[in-house]
Design a protein around this ligand. Structure first.
Ligand SMILES: Nc1ncnc2c1ncn2[C@@H]1O[C@H](COP(=O)(O)OP(=O)(O)OP(=O)(O)O)[C@@H](O)[C@H]1O
Ligand SMILES: N[C@@H](CCO)C(=O)O
Length: 330
């Protein structure tokens, strides 16, 4: 659970007045590691999600809110933040940018880990990811998102060097091998279309009602990059054998094949993308290995040790890097 900013019911009731809502209950949300989120219930029984943005500045939260609105017009199941009477969707709470969005129905397919995600759920996310990639390809807003991302290209270029020097030799060698192979394959296979990517579409950022995808959540990592990177990030999480205690990060071949077929039903991948996929799976796992190490280090530096702060295991992602690199060099 991550609640970095604690707010009182009174403060949220004040905040909600601009939307003509009367809040009666407030419950911290277990899950995210970046922002503070609460489920909020109003007197008429409706439910909303209050998000307090911990890292990104006001203007960037406003771009994300507009992005949600535009994606919703393409039929994607996203939570569009409420606008006040003046049309403004982002406001200030506890000195930070904050928003109220409708609570979407459904639950995330990651608990219990043994049974899910199901094949139809994998298929649904493959389709939705491709629809998301194509939705705003001609929309100039996507270029604003490149400026607002906390963990965009600058972070990616810096973080490897910062973390690498503190790693044991074997881990440094792993990093070097993945990046050398990645650079080579990118040169050999240049036809990798770019566009808006979610960059964090894990199971816990999706909601389902049965087999139906009812929510795509948490676009705070969104940026313009290779669509293939997004495919790799989502495939790694949805198509791993989390139920296999011996090797929980290995790929489930049936799910991989269903996911790629579903995605390609909407947007066929280029032959270069298909050839480069294995190393992108390794680099995607590497991205989250670094991200988890970075989150742990920032939490430590800022003294965030409360039981309300969730950290995900970097070692799980490092094991995934090893597994995917094995596939990439075969
Ligand atoms: N609109 C919504 N409807 C329903 N549930 C939501 C909604 N927004 C957030 N949640 C719930 O809150 C959890 C945390 O939200 P979110 O993933 O946005 O947090 P975060 O800290 O910003 O993200 P992350 O750690 O993934 O970067 C989600 O996994 C989901 O369970
Ligand atoms: N999905 C990320 C959390 C950060 O957004 C992870 O599993 O590390």
């Amino acid at each position: 659970m991550s609640v970095y900013t604690v707010v009182s019911l009174d403060a949220v009731q004040d905040f909600a007045q601009r939307f003509n809502l009367h809040v009666v209950a407030l419950n911290p949300i277990k899950g995210g590691i970046e922002n503070t989120n609460y489920f909020v219930t109003t007197s008429d029984g409706r439910e909303f999600v209050l998000t307090i943005f911990e890292i990104i500045p006001f203007e960037n939260a406003a771009i994300l809110a507009e992005l949600m609105y535009r994606l919703s017009t393409h039929g994607l199941p996203v939570a569009v933040p409420l606008a006040d009477g003046a049309g403004q969707r982002i406001h200030i709470l506890a000195d930070k940018p904050a928003q109220f969005a409708p609570r979407l129905a459904g639950s995330s397919p990651h608990l219990p880990q043994q049974a899910v995600p199901t094949i139809p759920q994998v298929e649904a996310v493959g389709i939705a990811l491709a629809q998301f990639h194509l939705a705003l390809q001609d929309d100039p807003l996507q270029h604003n998102t490149t400026r607002q991302t906390t963990r965009g290209h600058l972070w990616w270029a810096r973080i490897k060097d910062e973390l690498r020097v503190h790693m044991p030799l074997a881990h440094q060698q792993l990093v070097d091998e993945v990046f050398a192979k990645f650079d080579l394959i990118k040169q050999q296979h240049p036809d990798r279309p770019k566009g808006l990517i979610h960059a964090d579409l894990f199971r816990d950022n999706t909601l389902y009602v049965g087999s139906q995808l009812s929510g795509l959540l948490d676009f705070s990592e969104v940026m313009v990059d290779d669509w293939l990177l997004d495919i790799a990030i989502t495939l790694n999480d949805f198509c791993s054998t989390w139920d296999d205690v011996q090797h929980p990060v290995a790929l489930n071949a049936e799910k991989v094949s269903i996911f790629l077929a579903a995605y390609q039903h909407i947007r066929p991948m280029t032959s270069d993308e298909l050839a480069a996929l294995p190393i992108y799976l390794a680099i995607a796992a590497c991205r989250f290995w670094f991200l988890r190490l970075d989150v742990a280090s920032v939490n430590h530096a800022e003294g965030r040790v409360s039981e309300d702060v969730m950290e995900k295991d970097p070692e799980e992602m490092r094991r995934m890097v090893v597994d995917r690199l094995r596939l990439a060099v075969q």
